[in-house]
Design a binder for this molecule. Structure first.
Ligand code: UDP
Ligand code: MG
Length: 142
């Protein structure tokens, strides 16, 4: 079993497509074990995307990510990190395969509707950025 952090970005929240995006995960049999609405400050967005701090798009990206509410979720399932990346599609919606979330709901390379962790190490760090252990639902109960 794997876990990954998923974010529905401000563009998709403001366009009212959270439900449609969540439906994709449910249709794929992916389990949502945590979810909440968050409004990041510029500083929090900069911390979350610190790995990109030297990229030319860092300032604009962190402005965008702090421009409105986001929905953060923890997804759980077999190979869910790579499966989520496949369901999301390529970073640039114009290059994303038809039927992917970014192809359908993304606007441009920045406003691309969703985030997904890219490795187990990143997933652990990104989940801890937003959630405490007690917020992660244990699906099986003793
Ligand atoms: N991004 C951007 N311009 C670029 C590349 C990326 O604005 O040329 C933004 C975009 O929102 C992307 C995020 O920065 O989702 C993180 O970039 P990354 O390369 O990690 O892409 P991802 O893992 O989200 O597909
Ligand atoms: Mg990335």
């Amino acid at each position: 079993m794997e876990r990954t952090l998923s974010i529905i970005k401000p563009d998709a929240v403001s366009r009212g497509v959270m439900g449609k995006i969540i439906s994709r995960f449910e249709a794929e049999g992916i389990t949502i074990i945590a979810a909440k609405m968050v409004r990041l400050t510029k500083e929090e967005a900069m911390a979350f995307y610190a790995v990109h701090r030297d990229k030319p798009f860092y300032d604009s990206l962190t402005d965008f990510m702090s421009s409105g509410p986001i929905m953060v979720m923890v997804l759980e399932g077999q190979d869910v990190i790579s499966r989520n990346r496949a369901i999301m599609g390529a970073t640039n919606p114009k290059q994303a395969e038809a039927g992917t979330i970014r192809a359908e709901f993304g606007t441009d390379v920045e406003k691309n509707a969703v985030h997904g962790s890219d490795s187990p190490e990143t997933a652990t760090k990104e989940i801890a950025f937003f959630f405490s252990d007690y917020e992660l639902v244990k699906m099986a109960r003793p």
